[in-house]
Design a protein around this ligand. Sequence first.
Ligand code: UD1
Length: 417
Amino acid sequence: MKKIVIKGGKTLSGEITVGGAKNSVVALIPAAILTDEEVTVLNVPRISDTENLKRIIKLLGGEIEFGTGMLKINGENVKSVPIPEEFSDKLRASYYFMGALLARFKHVEMCFPGGCKIGARPIDLHIKAFEQLGAEVKKEGSKYTLDAKDLHGANIYLDFPSVGATVNTMLAASLAKGITTIENAAKEPEIINVASLLNNMGAKVSGAGTDTIKIIGVEHLHGATIETIPDRIVAGTYIMIGALAGDNLKISNVIPTHTGTLLSKIRDMGVDLKIEDDSVIVSKAQKLKPVDIKTLVYPGFVTDLGQPMCTLLTQADGECIFEETIYENRTGHYPELIKMGANIEYTNKKAHIYGPTKLKGTTVCASDLRAGAALIIAGLIAEGTTVIENIEHILRGYEDIVEKLKAIGADIELIDE
Ligand code: UD1
């Protein structure tokens, strides 16, 4: 069993470089099999989600070659092989194979995707969009079977601007006959990244990054190259670490506008930030002012940084109210932070966090990916030793996190017992 052990209280300085975005690369890899030609994805993070997608590509008959930060995917021999649960449940984003295989083969068999257990995470909006594009969808237990004679363009209104449903619709509509419009589309930067790959492959996608996306279906897509954008969630996590323990800590390979809401909240808390073109320099604030946070869809405060943010809020001088509006049960970090000494009253949706509280090292458990990030931040500032168990979740989304933190002065080890 892997564990992370942290001896807290070190000052962190130097430079930490952010890798490619998990939530982009997990869509770029399945998108690559829309063509039988080679697709090259650059700035690929070494995380277990990428490994699990590589396994699915191989299962489907695709060839995949991994260089330094680079992935070449050749979909020439890909077939629409059924994707069983032991492949699909390793990560949420396995659902992107539904859109990609449906577009190319008009037939998909796969089980319900996995991902963090943070409340019900239905895929009804994806399914509804596939049906509007002409697919027939059957569900037996956790297995979905999708068939279409032909896919045709449609006007699709998403009841909620879901990232997954927006990307999946773009994938399926790229090879459909006619024009598809997605209204109330998600606007996250990762969606623009996926649309750029599709357009590089010969698709006709416009409006990505706004709430209306138009896709003019084409008959054929070809090989292309795309660079994965930097991970804004990882960047935000390191910026928070800098606000609590940094001494001129430079976080590089950041697109500051992608973390705009976080930077503004951190500034409101009294943290001194130096924002450059592609980096942020941050130092520990002497005193943190309390702020209230409500998670929202992009460009609002991103839910994936909500849990790490709660650790930062435990150090603010006063009461902070934190509200989660996207997921119904993103609360796994609270009991563990409380175990470490935080003063938090919470329900599924809202937490009152009273600070500043001294955190003390103990053994805690990462219930999900971002709860794990919250506990790493807590461990870095806690007195004594923190042991984080169940860290497989963290390795799904944070590339080389232990080595990167060590290099800036943290006393942190990954132990594999
Ligand atoms: C993506 C991100 C995840 C992030 C989330 C919100 C990926 C792989 N994951 O997840 O890190 O937390 O966006 O920014 O990119 N919903 C439905 N029906 C659907 C789809 C979604 O009800 O068919 C609901 C979900 O239950 C949830 C909300 O919509 O309450 C957000 O879902 P969505 O934006 O789709 O998130 P994911 O794609 O799962």
